[in-house]
Design a binder for this molecule. Sequence first.
Ligand code: G3H
Length: 222
Amino acid sequence: MLLLMDTANIKEIKQSIEMYPIDGVTTNPSIIAKEKRDFIELLKEIRDIIGYDKMLHVQVISQKADEIVEEAKYINKEIGGNFYIKIPVIPEGIKAIKMLKGEIKTTATAVFTPQQALIAAKSGADFVAPYVNRLDNISANGIKVVSDIVKLINIYNFNTKVIAASFKNVEQIYGVCMAGAHAITVNYDMINQMIFHPMTDWSVLQFVKDWENFYGNKKIRT
Ligand SMILES: O=C[C@H](O)COP(=O)(O)O
């Protein structure tokens, strides 16, 4: 299972890379704009922090295939390393995914249906990114959509991986993992929530208390 951070915030990226087993970073134009920084300069800083081996997914802005391809080539040249260009699954985006096959790795994004994922996978996308919480918010079932996409990819033996995105609670994350999503991308709040449990904190406190009752301030290693 691949675990990526859905953020462009330098502090959050540094902290999560230090604490957790992170495989890379995903961004989108909204996430990037929040940082109020020069686009390429910010991406270069992220690349420096995560190194050249971890994945960095960056989204295009253009909506015409030729321009999407040009943007993809430009960002890839500037950033380098293990790079994926994120392309929305509009028709021109699908065309661009086909055009980039064999040249730049692609993540088909803004996926809301298994049918979109199927076309993106057949076009050669390396990842498809269904938006779980945004689906749940429109009374659809995000986990079911992810589960169906995973099934379709297996039925047709595509090399495409599912990177489930857009989470607002850990139950959604658990659901997509049980459905066999190959990767998840989560924000800083979600990664911390994934590891949090009040009983864990209570248990740790209790262990320390019991130790101190007998050993006082004595450490295990003096
Ligand atoms: O790039 C896609 C994001 O993961 C969407 O997440 P969001 O619905 O929390 O904005």
